[in-house]
Design a protein around this ligand. Structure first.
Ligand SMILES: Cc1ncc(COP(=O)(O)O)c(C=O)c1O
Length: 396
């Protein structure tokens, strides 16, 4: 595959899909590690295998600590957040159970729950978020039933950027002994997560967004006193004589050869995030985002959806332009301005239905660690021209 355009000329504002570009030092270090010891870890006793195994163990330790976890082995790797969420949801909920979630979820939560509902008789409640895009912890608590076995909530929205009050929801779950799972796809790496302080039982993360690793890696941190049934079985590299999958962590929820290149990426990205400072990355993104949001809000014919509050917020916004289909706006941004945006429902249909954008969706812009003020100015100017052309067309 060849690119028709120099990636440096693209104004990339689709960081909620995946952060891009990745820090070059992360890419170089992971490739170097993979070049030197990219073998199957934990399977044999030769040096390369031991070093690869050490990388996996060390990255488990770093990420467990990063999420406030106490047990490195309870940090398990998966292919991405979707994979991790499927492992957690299917391992926590079964026939006859009830689960509570919200209307701000991604399809990686909605679809596994809906399959359990359709195929296994699981009951599911989707609690609507308020006009501010946040769910009321009391509204979740009011849905508890004797057979409630899971509350799963999106920590940060990939559509309107709202961050949910997970600590309050976690306390309500803990009081009733109901496992609490968060989808930290959008928050991990940019918003602090502490499973202890937030009463979170299971965190699902993806590696390629704010954790700044490559695609193809993600995982779960599972608090030791939570039982997640294992739903997949296979090779673990140890205790091969056992006819069944191992019950102990990390093997319990992992099967097959891990993504060593992806794990290396997460390891070196942890160094990058620590060096730059997670809070500094967040402030960098939010400063640019505030400028972007103000700029778009001032354009005639542009509607911002969700909330404009900068509190409890990620640098993600959804907008529409009067008289223009969101998909067309996305194409104009791409073709005429080299701006990468996401359009449509962003894999989160329930929040769009709630906002009244369920048919055509919105245009989403999302700021990342590599964006600059020039990118924001270019985006505001492009949307301004697109809105002006829509106004002119309406008057013809
Ligand atoms: C909130 C949310 N959950 C889950 C996912 C799924 O992540 P992945 O595609 O890495 O599995 C995404 C990705 O866009 C997301 O934004």
């Amino acid at each position: 595959m060849d690119l028709a355009i120099d990636p440096a000329k693209i104004i990339y504002l689709d960081n909620a899909a995946t952060t891009f570009p990745k820090p070059h030092e992360v890419l170089e270090a992971m490739l170097d590690a993979y070049t030197r010891y990219g073998v199957n870890p934990g399977r044999s006793g030769y040096d390369l295998c031991l070093v690869a195994g050490d990388l996996v163990v060390e990255t488990r330790r770093e990420l467990a600590r990063f999420f406030g976890g106490t047990e490195p082995d309870h940090l398990v790797f998966a292919a991405n957040a979707t994979d991790a969420l499927n492992i957690a949801i299917q391992g926590l909920v079964g026939p006859g159970d009830h689960a509570i979630s919200t209307t701000i979820e991604h399809n990686s939560v909605i679809r596994p729950l809906n399959h359990l509902r359709r195929d296994h008789g699981v009951e599911v409640d989707y609690v609507p978020v308020g006009a501010d895009g946040r769910v009321d912890p009391e509204a979740i608590a009011s849905r508890f039933r004797p057979n409630t076995r899971l509350v799963v909530v999106n920590h940060g929205s990939n559509v309107i950027g709202t961050i949910q009050p997970v600590a309050a929801i976690g306390r309500a779950c803990r009081e009733r002994g109901v496992p609490f799972l968060i989808d930290a796809s959008q928050t991990a790496g940019v918003v602090p997560i502490d499973v202890g302080a937030m009463c979170v039982d299971v965190v699902a993360f993806t590696g390629h967004k704010s954790l700044l690793g490559p695609t193809g890696i993600g995982g779960l941190y599972v608090r030791p006193d939570i039982t997640v049934r294992q739903t997949r079985a296979g090779g673990t590299g140890v205790n091969s004589i056992n006819p069944f999958h191992l019950e102990e962590y990390p093997y319990r929820l992992e099967a097959g050869t891990p993504n060593v290149l992806g794990i290396a990426g997460l390891h070196f990205a942890q160094r990058y995030i620590a060096g730059r400072g997670m809070a500094d990355i967040y402030h960098h993104e939010m400063d640019l985002f505030a400028e972007l949001q103000d700029g778009l809000a001032a354009i005639e014919g542009v509607t911002l959806h969700g909330t404009t509050s900068l509190d409890h917020r990620l640098p993600v916004l959804s907008f529409t332009v009067a008289g223009r289909d969101p998909a067309d706006v996305g194409t104009m941004l791409d073709v005429d301005y080299n701006i990468a945006a996401r359009t449509g429902l962003q894999c989160a249909p329930l929040i769009h239905q709630q906002m009244g954008t369920g048919e055509r969706g919105t245009v989403r812009l999302s700021v990342g660690p590599m964006n600059t003020g020039a990118h924001i100015e270019a985006a505001i100017s492009a949307v301004s021209e697109i809105a002006a052309s829509a106004r002119a067309a309406a008057h013809r």
